[in-house]
Design a protein around this ligand. Structure first.
Ligand SMILES: *Cc1c(COP(=O)(O)O)cnc(C)c1O
Length: 378
């Protein structure tokens, strides 16, 4: 990356509107995903909105998404003037449940947004076939698993449009940035027109593209390492009380691990709240956080809910997410994570009749310092 930055400095592309980096990176992404059209954007959040515009979605249309998802996806649907329609997530994997889709579809439905979150994988083949059956467009948000394999295909390529993010904490990062890709010339042309305000108004910069190029080259190797670490870690966490790693049922799949999602079960830990649990684990030096808030409580004037969204609400309250950098560290660091979870869960699971004693651990925690804004993607 330092070489890329030096090069961008030496050839002055750092200060240019148009240079070699964006063009080469765009082509790299097209080859990597085997798609015809790629557009680079200033964020993944905007890329989702752009995709919806490319799909010609607007007022009067409905777009289905999971009741537990990235807040920006709900906002993108509203931004184009369409109505978000919420379906529940799968009980075991807390990601979009394809079995909920059919009952959500009406004459107004135009598209489905599917995003695989926290190492949980959606059965995309099933989602694709439901979309085809009903003539719907599929927007696949692959921001959390660039380069992941879902039922034999690269994440993002099940969709009519695929989305990536290069935001500051993502697996490919330039601080900010995103991409949209598609094989549809029609979708691509509409996106191009929207982007162009006499100039590209929502661009990725040359300097950003410069640092992304070498990262894409290393993505497969790193994804394989992260996957191997997750395969070691998850079975160990699964054995502990209060923790249920997300369950994936799809074959030929290598999840991407921007976050490692774990369902938290407070009843097994003496009712210890998720926020308390996260704070205590963080005291042990483990980068654990809370997941998204989810949309289970969004007002009915802003969206249409299908069913009671029980699992989405639970996910919004109880999802734990472990940040990805640990997955590229040495065995010792992974062992430390397991030990921290073991230590804390043992304390709270062991003697539930005397919670006051267990609370001693809590007194060491400074709740003021906790940052648990699930609304963002930190
Ligand atoms: C991060 C993320 C995005 C887009 O994020 P940006 O920071 O705007 O690039 C979209 N969807 C999901 C699921 C994400 O995690």
């Amino acid at each position: 990356m330092l070489a890329a930055l030096n090069f961008a400095y030496a050839d002055h592309s750092w200060g240019r509107y148009e240079g070699p980096n964006c063009e080469i990176f765009r082509q790299q992404l097209a080859d990597y995903h085997d798609v015809e059209f790629v557009m680079l954007t200033q964020s993944g959040t905007f890329a989702v909105e752009l995709a919806l515009r490319g799909c010609h979605i607007g007022p009067g249309d409905e777009v289905i998404l999971a009741g537990y998802d990235f807040g920006g996806n709900f906002a993108a649907i509203e931004a184009v003037g369409a109505l978000p329609v919420l379906v529940d997530v799968d009980e075991g994997n807390w990601n979009l449940d394809p079995r909920q889709l059919t009952q959500a579809i009406t004459d107004k439905t135009k598209a489905i947004i599917a995003s695989c979150l926290h190492g949980g994988v959606i059965p995309m083949r099933e989602v694709r076939s439901i979309a085809d059956e009903h003539g719907l467009l599929l927007v696949e948000d692959a921001c959390q698993m660039p380069g992941g394999i879902v039922e034999g295909r690269t994440a993002g390529t099940w969709g009519d449009v695929g989305i990536l993010s290069f935001g500051g904490s993502k697996l490919l990062t330039s601080g900010r940035g995103g991409a949209v890709f598609t094989n549809s010339e029609e979708v691509f042309q509409r996106m191009k027109i929207y982007m162009n305000r006499g100039n590209n108004a929502f661009p990725l910069s040359e300097l950003q593209a410069a640092v992304l190029r070498p990262q894409l080259g290393k993505l497969d190797k790193r994804n394989a390492l992260r996957h191997a670490s997750a395969e070691k870690l998850l079975p160990q966490l699964k054995r502990l009380p209060g923790l249920r790693p997300l369950v994936n049922r799809v074959r030929k799949t290598v999840p991407g691990y921007y976050k490692v999602g774990i369902r938290y079960v407070p009843e097994e830990l003496g009712g210890l709240s998720r926020e308390e649990f996260v704070a205590i684990i963080r005291e042990e030096g483990v980068d654990l956080g809370a997941g998204f808030r989810g949309f289970g409580r969004r007002s009915e004037t802003r969206c249409r809910r299908v069913g009671d969204l029980t699992q989405s609400r639970l996910a919004g309250r109880l999802m734990l997410v472990l940040h990805h950098p640990i997955l590229l560290e040495e065995q010792e660091a992974l062992d430390h994570v397991v030990q921290a979870f073991r230590k804390v869960t043992q304390v709270f699971a062991s003697d539930q009749s005397e919670p006051s004693q267990d609370r001693d651990l809590l007194e060491e925690v400074d709740f003021e310092e906790m940052e648990l804004d699930q609304g963002d993607h930190s």
